[in-house]
Design a binder for this molecule. Structure first.
Ligand SMILES: Cc1cc2nc3c(=O)[nH]c(=O)nc-3n(C[C@H](O)[C@H](O)[C@H](O)COP(=O)(O)OP(=O)(O)OC[C@H]3O[C@@H](n4cnc5c(N)ncnc54)[C@H](O)[C@@H]3O)c2cc1C
Ligand code: SF4
Length: 328
């Protein structure tokens, strides 16, 4: 039986005051409720934050004074995806959202909930199986089990689960910032440092402190983000998580790449920024040989397992195709 108390927060201060180490915020509920039904998540207190969007910017997209956009934590995935400022200035963000989940889920699910979602590793969601992320020290069933959907980058001997968010991959490519609020005040966490590697503690997934609330995600001004895209490869055309994906943005002048941003999804234990690929692109002509060298650099550190070796080639090709498309 699920046993917890529920409170609908009436203001930001009220939400922060109500939150503690044994509580969880609930926004769209599209992933937290599933995990509670599976008995994977067992919060003692649920703090519903949906009312906070009613009279604040927490549910909208606003322009930042120095350029860039602020995505309110409670903005729904579909609203952000179709916002003309996001579509024109940051197509990689819009596409990462539209290629995720389904229309119905996107209408409910929030931006903050998306980057906070937990892995889709099937052993994590099955309480009959050992899983270090769910029960620290119990073991990792995926290491010697079925690991076709698992990570090849950033793995450890404790966990090889991928991070499932598409949006987070786009945000990592753009150097977005997560704005978080607690009773100690507001702070900014670069998205690159927000998700953490599993190493010896796969139960630790992000840099938020207990009771800390995400209020927004800031997209910095980046002129060449207009030339960006998100490419996702999966088992079926919709309603499926990435086997491999690429978020790319390129500053192209006279056929030469002046600056580039590259991140991969579906292959890393966290949304995977590849500065190695970026270095292999900058100053080079935009052609197939350059793209191949960048993709090889991005996957150079891959550690494939029994069932997921195909992901190395798949991610290489996905990145090559994304770079070809974005520079065409
Ligand atoms: C069938 C299905 C398919 C999907 N496919 C994809 C996909 O292909 N790609 C993809 O990226 N996603 C996919 N998703 C995941 C979906 O995007 C997430 O479920 C959704 O974004 C979570 O948002 P939410 O508002 O419903 O979060 P909730 O379920 O309400 O919360 C999720 C987590 O975030 C925390 N949280 C929420 N808001 C805050 C906040 N402001 N501050 C701090 N913590 C917070 C909660 O405490 C909880 O731990 C899929 C989901 C489903 C159900
Ligand atoms: S890969 Fe991670 S989430 Fe999956 S079973 Fe192993 S420890 Fe658990």
């Amino acid at each position: 039986m699920i046993d917890f108390d529920y409170r609908r927060a009436t203001s930001l201060d009220d939400a922060i005051r109500s939150a503690g180490a044994s509580s969880k915020f609930i926004a769209g509920g599209t992933t937290l409720v599933d995990l509670m039904k599976l008995d994977v998540e067992r919060p003692a207190h649920l703090v519903d934050i949906n009312a906070l969007g009613e009279d604040s910017n927490l549910a909208s997209v606003t322009e930042l004074p120095g350029g860039g956009l602020r995505l309110g934590a409670l903005a729904r995935m579909s609203d952000v995806a179709w916002d003309p400022r996001v579509r024109d200035g940051y197509p990689v963000v819009s596409e990462s959202l539209l290629l995720a989940a389904s229309g119905q889920v996107r209408n409910m699910a929030t931006i903050a909930g998306n980057i906070m979602q937990r892995t889709r590793c099937w052993y994590f969601r099955d309480t009959a199986m050992p899983c270090n992320k769910r029960e620290p020290g119990s073991g990792c069933s995926a290491l010697a089990g079925l690991n076709r959907i698992h990570a090849v980058l950033g793995t450890s001997d404790k966990c090889i689960a991928t991070h499932p968010s598409d949006l987070a991959v786009a945000l990592v490519a753009l150097d977005a910032n997560v704005i978080a609020r607690s009773s100690a005040g507001e702070r900014t966490v670069p998205i690159r440092d927000f998700h953490v590697l599993p190493e010896q503690h796969p139960e630790r997934e992000h840099a938020l402190r207990p009771g800390e609330l995400i209020t927004a995600i800031d997209l910095p001004p980046l002129s060449f983000a207009k030339r960006s895209l998100y490419l996702k490869v999966r088992d079926r055309a919709s309603f499926a998580f990435a086997l491999a994906s690429a978020a790319v943005a390129v500053d192209l002048q006279g056929g030469v790449i002046r600056a580039a941003r590259v991140a991969l999804g579906g292959v890393g234990t966290k949304p995977w920024r590849s500065t190695e690929a970026e270095r292999a692109l900058v100053g080079r002509k935009a052609n197939a040989a350059t793209f191949r060298a960048a993709a090889d650099a991005a996957l150079a550190g891959a550690k494939p397992r029994k069932d997921n070796a195909f992901k190395v080639r798949l991610a290489t090709r996905t990145l090559e195709r994304a770079l070809t498309q974005v520079t065409s």
